[in-house]
Write a protein that binds this ligand. Structure first.
Ligand code: DAK
Length: 262
């Protein structure tokens, strides 16, 4: 069971059909992402991949804080060999490779690995109290889970340099202006907004959603020509699905489509 809540660092709930919510749950430590937290997130996402009833995943830290980074005390115990053998990259890869859409609900601090977790998600809804940053430079280190790469690709060179080199945080408004965040709400409304959006997505064809996410993320990896070719192949592939027939037929018959993921 995914939502058996047999976890130490997260809570998992499936309040609504099709939407699984992962809540980071170490509030005393500002949800610092120790290895176990990442492992639990990765394990839940791996199980969610196989569960056809789960269409969208929401990751939140609640209304006060998203995550203040890797657990600095845990990190302090690792020397160079420890870091080399560390399992964190394995967990990050599982999160990055999740084929289902992930919405981050970001209130309060999203720092270091917290910001990187946010950037692993596909859509970000932020509370107006969000403070986002890569402050690793203050510890004499640099981001190590995509913070230099994903940040620069999203916000551009100057702002990425500013955030990573100074360690200064940006607020929700700045994050939205720079494309890190798609919407800002009051903190107490951010989860509800994400849930509403998740339900909209959950009602679409899961195969189309999956290929749309894959095509969009491919833009990070490829040239425009390769990305356009990949998009076209995915577009053509969808012609073989019942969902496409249903979607187009429903439009012509002026009714809502019922997608079955076939
Ligand atoms: N780790 C551990 N504990 C943390 C923490 C963190 N990142 N952030 C906060 N806490 C704990 C504090 O220690 C404190 O606990 P107690 O001391 O009371 O027991 C509690 O949460 C509340 O924090 P504060 O008392 O400091 O609260 P304030 O409101 O005054 O300040 C703050 C909030 C978020 C500004 C401050 O706590 C802060 O600066 N936190 C650290 C932020 C940070 O530097 N984050 C980046 C961490 S480094 C890797 C790749 C990447 C990484 C790791 C490995 N590999 C490739 C293997 C990632 C690295 C990072 O993320």
């Amino acid at each position: 069971m995914i939502n058996d809540n047999n976890h130490e660092d997260i809570l998992v709930s499936q309040i609504d059909t099709g939407v699984l919510t992962i809540t980071l749950n170490r509030p005393k430590f500002y949800n610092a992402l120790r290895n176990n937290a990442l492992k639990e997130i990765a394990d839940v996402l791996t199980s969610a991949e196989k569960d056809n009833n789960i269409k969208v995943i929401i990751i939140t830290g609640g209304e006060k804080v998203f995550a203040a980074g890797a657990d600095i005390k845990e990190m302090n115990q690792l020397n160079v060999v420890g870091l080399l053998n560390d399992n964190r990259p394995v967990f990050w890869n599982k999160i990055a490779n999740c084929s289902k859409p992930i919405i981050a609900v970001v209130n309060g601090f999203a720092l270091g690995a917290g910001c990187e977790l946010m950037m692993h998600c596909d859509i970000v809804i932020a509370g107006d109290n969000a403070q986002i940053g890569q402050p690793e430079i203050n510890l004499g280190i640099i981001p190590g889970a995509g913070g230099t790469q994903r940040l620069l690709r999203t916000v551009g060179k100057s702002m990425a340099m500013q955030m990573v080199l100074s360690g200064e945080f940006i607020n929700a408004e700045q994050a939205k202006n720079f494309g890190l965040v798609s919407e800002i709400t009051l903190p107490e409304l951010s989860y509800h907004r994400a849930l509403k959006l998740a339900k909209v997505i959950a009602n679409k064809s899961p195969i189309a959603v999956r290929l749309a996410k894959e095509s969009l993320l491919y833009a990070y990896e490829s040239t425009l020509a390769a990305g356009l070719a990949a998009e076209r192949k995915a577009f053509i592939l969808l012609a073989a699905t019942d969902d496409r027939t249903e979607g187009i037929t429903a439009f012509i018959e002026k009714r809502q489509p019922i997608f079955k993921g076939q």
